[in-house]
Design a protein around this ligand. Structure first.
Ligand SMILES: Nc1nc2c(ncn2[C@@H]2O[C@H](COP(=O)(O)OP(=O)(O)OP(=O)(O)O)[C@@H](O)[C@H]2O)c(=O)[nH]1
Ligand SMILES: [Mg+2]
Length: 492
């Protein structure tokens, strides 16, 4: 049996309105933790949350109220030392906590210091846009008196007016050399790794816990990504395999094309909802995507030719605007009687295999009907935008309050999806209507399950199967980083 990990207790402290509660939201992947407002004095009480590894507590994190008047408090602490008595930092803080002022003027500060004294270390959250002022230095002097390591966490680092260098040199002058840059809205992909690595340096007796947490976070991140890609692969299979038959007259075909589009849009929305849930975000975080999609940007309707053009996807004939946009008449049965299909099948073996798969009875039923499928270009668009959404979710902190933006995140790697032959498994889905859960012909088969698995791998590195193995950068797949830990809350 392995030895239980030593629980690490961390107080999140700092000046008011610097993003302490936001940091906790991001570290716990919980957008509902605490209260976050752009106002000083939002958090009034200490609130705790645990990070678990396999059900056991690894870290206890405590959100604390903001420090408001560090200068006055430092002056007051100076008055507490009895003449001739030399008190060390923690003894001085304890004396303050036992004094009446800790219940009155400095009530908020007392809550912070009481918690920091009890903990193993503090994360000192800084708004990196603030100039370094005497109030910050005094506040840090008071916090340092608790006798525990402090790790400064520079927040708001993406702001154009940040003063990271100024803060780094001011903190170094105060003896704080280990510093983390961690924007809580959009943390660096390896932000948590850096944070826990630096803590391990400051707290070597807790290093095994921190290492275990890092491993767990990496594992959860990888699993989350695979689950996300698998949700996308399932959606692509459903839509690639979707085929609707219609009598060959214009009105009926237009109706069928509209139904095809509706089913595909709904299926995409279902996939988006599932992705948001898997990454612990809320539907409200991605409001631009409410269906039907409108607008002039690339997140417009799935079947709008402009949406494809903007993604650099070539428009096939089927994507012409108008009533049939995005629906392709399937050449395999389109307007071809069974007899003609037999002839054509004989000439083009591949198509005839499809006919076999579909079954003669079904094929018979379709005689005189036309079949509609979703255009390849739409499948490409679906794959690319869901991959972009996953990339955005991996980079988003749970403290973020603005809508998810995905415009910028189409990586060069997606070129394979944009231009090259569609993955084999999607081509097979094309000829396998029973693979689509969207119609009554759906049949779960081991072959479909394997195809989803392969497509999931293919989506992880689009085009990778076409690249010689030795040209892949080592550790490539590790670049898509994010995090997850289980968490549970305790109110104090
Ligand atoms: N742009 C941006 N905004 C942030 C960031 N971190 C926090 N905020 C915003 O800053 C404001 C304050 O955040 P809180 O997390 O409530 O700050 P706090 O330190 O807990 O505040 P108090 O509890 O009042 O001391 C909120 O409007 C947050 O959305 C960040 O990294 N970038
Ligand atoms: Mg707060």
């Amino acid at each position: 049996m392995s030895t239980p990990l030593r629980v690490l207790r961390l107080a999140v402290v700092g000046h008011t309105n610097t993003g302490k509660t936001s940091l906790l939201r991001t570290l716990t992947r919980d957008p509902a933790f605490g209260e976050v407002l752009d106002l000083p004095g939002t958090t009034r009480h200490v609130e705790g949350v645990r990070l678990l590894i396999e059900g056991s507590t690894a870290i206890e994190l405590f959100d604390t109220p903001g420090m408001e008047d560090g200068m006055a408090l430092l002056d007051y602490l100076d008055t507490l030392a009895a003449p001739g008595a030399r008190l060390d930092g923690p003894a001085r803080i304890q004396r303050f906590l036992d004094s009446p002022e800790s219940m009155r003027r400095f009530e908020q500060e007392a809550r912070v210091l009481r918690k920091l004294l009890e903990c193993d270390a503090g994360l000192y959250v800084v708004d990196a846009r603030d100039p370094v002022l005497a109030k910050h230095r005094d506040e840090l002097a008071v916090l340092a008196s608790c006798g525990h390591p402090l790790l400064p966490v520079l927040n708001f680092t993406h702001s154009p007016d940040h003063r990271i260098d100024e803060w780094r040199s001011a903190l170094a002058r105060l003896g704080l050399h280990a510093i983390v840059e961690f924007d809580t809205i959009a943390p660096p992909l390896d932000g948590e790794d850096q944070l826990y690595d630096k803590l391990a340096l400051l707290l070597d007796s807790h290093a095994p816990t921190l290492r275990a947490l890092r491993r767990d976070i990496a594992e959860q991140r990888r699993q989350r990504r695979l689950d996300g890609l698998s949700l996308v692969a399932e959606m692509l299979m459903d839509i690639a395999a979707l085929r609707l038959s219609s009598p060959p007259d214009d009105a009926a075909l237009q109706g069928a094309a509209e139904q095809l589009r509706r089913l595909a849009r709904q299926r995409e929305q279902q996939c988006i909802d599932a992705l948001l849930k898997r990454y612990n975000f809320r539907p409200a975080d991605f409001p631009a995507h409410a269906l039907p999609l409108r607008g002039e940007r690339w997140d417009m309707d799935l079947f709008h030719p402009q949406a494809l053009k903007e993604m650099g996807i070539h428009l096939g004939k089927g994507m012409a605007a108008g009533a049939m946009a995005g629906a392709t008449l399937d050449m395999f049965t389109a307007g071809i009687s069974l007899g003609a299909a037999t002839l054509l099948g004989a000439a083009a073996g591949g198509l005839w295999q499809g006919a076999d798969k579909l079954g003669r009875r079904l094929l018979g039923r379709l005689r005189g009907f036309q079949e509609l499928t979703v255009d390849d270009a739409v499948l490409r668009l679906l794959a690319m935008r869901e991959l972009a959404l996953i990339a955005a979710l991996e980079r988003r902190g749970h403290a973020a309050q603005g809508p998810i933006e995905i415009t910028e995140l189409i990586a060069g790697k997606a070129d394979a999806l944009r231009k090259e032959r569609l993955p084999e498994d999607l081509l097979e889905a094309r000829a396998s209507p029973e693979w689509s859960t969207l119609t009554e012909h759906y049949q779960p088969t081991a072959r479909r399950a394997q195809a989803v698995k392969r497509l999931t791998t293919e989506l992880d590195e689009p085009g990778h199967t076409r690249v010689p193995a030795d040209s892949c950068a080592p550790g490539e797949s590790e670049r898509h980083a994010s995090r997850e830990v289980e968490s549970c809350r305790t109110k104090r």
